[in-house]
Design a protein around this ligand. Structure first.
Ligand code: NAD
Ligand code: MG
Ligand code: MG
Ligand code: MG
Ligand code: MG
Length: 344
């Protein structure tokens, strides 16, 4: 544990693996997170059963990986801890099916707080409800574990009937490799609201809009789409890598003084007070449940707006130009690595 930061962070030494002794974990779903949790748990010596529908395409994969597979109902019945790793939108119906298999003292565990926080799943009062959420896609959770490295994660307790909910969640976090890197203590509310805000305002929504608007501004002013693509999309990776490694300062140190002065004087002009007010509005819609309701209703209606928005995004000029350029890139890279090989 560290007291330097506001948040409490747990490492391997803070987690006691014996809280999983004699327990069986049901991992429902075998997608991005499910396959990683199930295999890491099994490799850590924990009894795991994967819960998948009879007709699930993932069954063969889980069996090939040497795991026991059952239906979600059978798996939940056999388990002390039910880790719900099916897509967030199908969790309520999967929960309905397995609800009766949860005995007093069992644990219902999540990797994201949406359904608990917005009351789409209302668990009985006699079960523990926890969250162990790796802050990374599942394939990295698996890869890092196999490389004896860790994946940072979050831990939260929503309901603690046994008095051991946090200890058990930390043991689970240890078994999937998260405490090797550090697990930050949070709440279902904080995790859900910051996750939704981050992906909407900055990571997924904000960045793509910034990229598209920058691209459109250059192309509308008569510059070539290829130049606009490289400047506004391709180079973003280099900048993000620098920020990931050394924060904003690391990035500012690496770019030219001209880029630094231009960025420092113009950045806040682009993301100005209006943008800040809009961010506050987006956050409010996350906090007051407006976004959650919109997404739930959208799913109930068969996702009409979602499909439409997806199609529009796919047909944006930057996607068409980008696909061509990336194709040339891949071809050029293949050529050069082939010729490098020949030289050796
Ligand atoms: P996913 O879409 O990759 O996998 C879902 C799996 O669920 C499928 O492979 C399938 O095996 C199964 N499934 C689908 N429908 C089902 C049904 N009706 N009944 C039973 N099984 C069904 O999901 P994911 O991205 O791993 O997300 C799982 C949870 O992890 C979510 O709560 C998500 O928010 C959270 N999470 C995901 C990530 C990530 O990077 N993917 C990161 C942190 C947390
Ligand atoms: Mg049980
Ligand atoms: Mg329990
Ligand atoms: Mg998210
Ligand atoms: Mg430049």
């Amino acid at each position: 544990m560290t007291d330097e930061l506001d948040a409490t962070i747990y490492y391997d030494d803070d987690a006691d693996a014996t809280y999983l002794d004699g327990k069986t974990v049901a991992v429902l779903g075998y997608g991005s997170q499910g396959h990683a949790h199930a295999q890491n748990l099994a490799d850590s010596g924990v009894d795991v059963v994967v819960g998948l529908r009879e007709d699930s395409a993932s069954r063969a994969a889980a069996e090939d990986d040497g795991l026991e597979v059952a239906t979600p109902v059978e798996a939940a019945a056999a388990a002390d801890i039910v880790s719900v790793l099916v897509p967030d939108t199908v969790q309520p119906s999967v929960y309905e099916a397995i609800e009766d298999e949860l005995e007093p003292g069992d644990t219902l565990q999540f990797a994201h707080g949406f359904n608990i926080h917005y009351n789409q799943i209302q668990p009985a009062e006699d079960v523990d409800v926890t969250m162990v959420a790796p802050k990374s896609p599942g394939h990295l959770v698996r890869r890092n574990y196999q490389a004896d490295q860790g994946t940072p994660g979050l831990v939260a307790v929503y309901q603690n009937t046994t008095d051991e909910a946090k200890e058990e969640a930390l043991a689970y976090a240890k078994a999937i490799g998260c405490t090797r890197a550090g697990v930050v203590e949070t709440t279902f509310r904080e995790e859900t609201e910051t996750d939704l805000f981050g992906e909407q305002a900055v990571l997924c929504g904000g960045v793509t809009s910034l990229v598209k608007t920058g691209y459109e501004t250059l192309v509308d002013a008569g510059y070539s789409p290829e130049m606009a693509y490289f400047e506004c999309l391709n180079e973003l990776k280099l900048i993000v890598d620098l920020m990931y490694e050394g924060g904003l300062g690391g990035m500012w140190d690496s770019v030219s003084d001209t880029a630094e002065f231009g960025g420092l004087t113009r950045g806040d002009v682009i993301v100005d007070d209006h943008a800040r007010e809009q961010m506050e509005e987006v956050l409010e819609q996350v906090q007051n449940g407006t976004f959650a309701r919109e997404w739930i209703v959208e799913n109930q209606a068969g996702r009409p707006s979602y499909q439409q928005l997806r199609e529009a995004e796919k047909s944006h000029d930057i996607e068409v130009v980008g696909e061509e350029l990336r194709g040339l890139f891949a071809w050029a890279e293949e050529e050069s690595s082939e010729s490098e090989g020949e030289d050796e």
